[in-house]
Design a protein. Structure first.
Length: 318
């Protein structure tokens, strides 16, 4: 038995390692040639930075999520008839704080409350989850941990990174925060591992829908909100869906009478570094379409918008 000091992986059979390496090489056309990501193994709480091509190294970084078996299943089934799959990522709907944090929703001030994507878990969640469409909802308030942020995100300078740290109004030397960096990053890393596992588990092609809403009122993220009903965002990289799919989604909402912004007022879509090909697109709904931002209550528009989103899923899965 030999140990790889760099990764902490133990290999008992050299032929097995060779077979895994060959499997990875055979699948290189369908997998990313290089994988670079910051991940935390929940079992060890160590941050890993890794790069392919060794399948055994990649699998170990996701060991807590049984990523090894998921990767192999994905590789072995890549010749099967492919079905479309949708994974809904709903990161900002919660108003809850972790037990023991000492905070609740009532501790948020008015400008902080504007940042929550109220009811998006109900607005976007599929009426019936299946192998083809499922959702993952982050269970805590974004002001405790924002899983959409990047590590070393530029917004850290404004106190709007993974753990929000802002100067208290009227007290420029006092930082207002609801979490420690370590507690927030632990949740961040676990969520990213969960999402990565699910993307790999689903049979390609996978379309990740990054599900949000945005305020029609001036707020910390958008001081001058435009007159937009629906925002569709995507990245300028390999995760960008086809032009035809983007056009279809835009025209779908336009046909319902909505004013659609493309990468406006928000741009890009959340991605996760995994060794499989997938696409990601963001859909943001203006809160004025489905709720009263003063009372925070749903309006009659909620059911209408929800049905329209559900119908979009049906079209995308055809």
């Amino acid at each position: 038995m030999r140990a790889n000091r760099a990764s902490g992986i133990e290999h008992s059979e050299e032929p097995r390692w060779r077979a895994e390496k060959q499997m990875w090489a055979n699948a290189k056309n369908s997998l990313s040639s290089k994988i670079v990501d910051f991940l935390m193994c929940p079992s060890r709480r160590h941050i890993r930075i890794f790069s392919a091509p060794k399948a055994s190294v990649v699998a170990d970084c996701y060991a807590h999520c049984s990523m090894r078996q998921l990767l192999y299943n994905n590789l072995n089934n890549n010749t099967m008839e492919q079905k479309k799959n949708i994974l809904l990522h709903i990161p900002h709907s919660s108003t809850a704080f972790p037990e023991g944090s000492g905070y609740t929703f009532n501790d948020l001030n008015d400008e902080e409350r504007l940042l929550i994507d109220y009811y998006t878990d109900g607005l976007f969640a599929p009426l019936h989850s299946s192998e083809q469409i499922s959702d993952i909802v982050f269970p805590y308030c974004r002001l405790y941990c924002d899983v959409e942020r990047l590590i070393n995100d530029p917004l850290e300078e404004e106190g709007l990174g993974i753990s929000y740290r802002r100067f208290t109004r009227g007290h420029p030397k006092t930082r207002r925060s609801f979490s420690t960096l370590s507690s927030a990053f632990e949740l961040y890393a676990d969520h990213h591992a969960t999402m990565s596992k699910e993307i790999v588990r689903k049979q390609a092609p996978v379309l990740l829908l990054d599900c949000h809403s945005f305020s029609s009122l001036p707020n910390l993220l958008n001081f001058n909100p435009p007159n937009i009903d629906i925002c569709v965002g995507f990245n300028d990289d390999s995760t960008c869906p086809s032009e035809a799919l983007i056009k279809y989604i835009v025209q779908y909402f336009q046909s319902l009478g909505y004013k659609v912004g493309i990468n406006n007022p928000f741009s890009n879509s959340k991605t996760f570094e995994v060794p499989v090909v997938y696409h990601s697109i963001m859909i943001e709904v203006n809160k004025r379409l489905y709720m009263d931002e003063q009372s925070l209550e749903k309006t009659a528009g909620f059911d209408r918008v929800r049905k329209e989103i559900q119908a979009l899923y049906d079209y995308l899965l055809e």
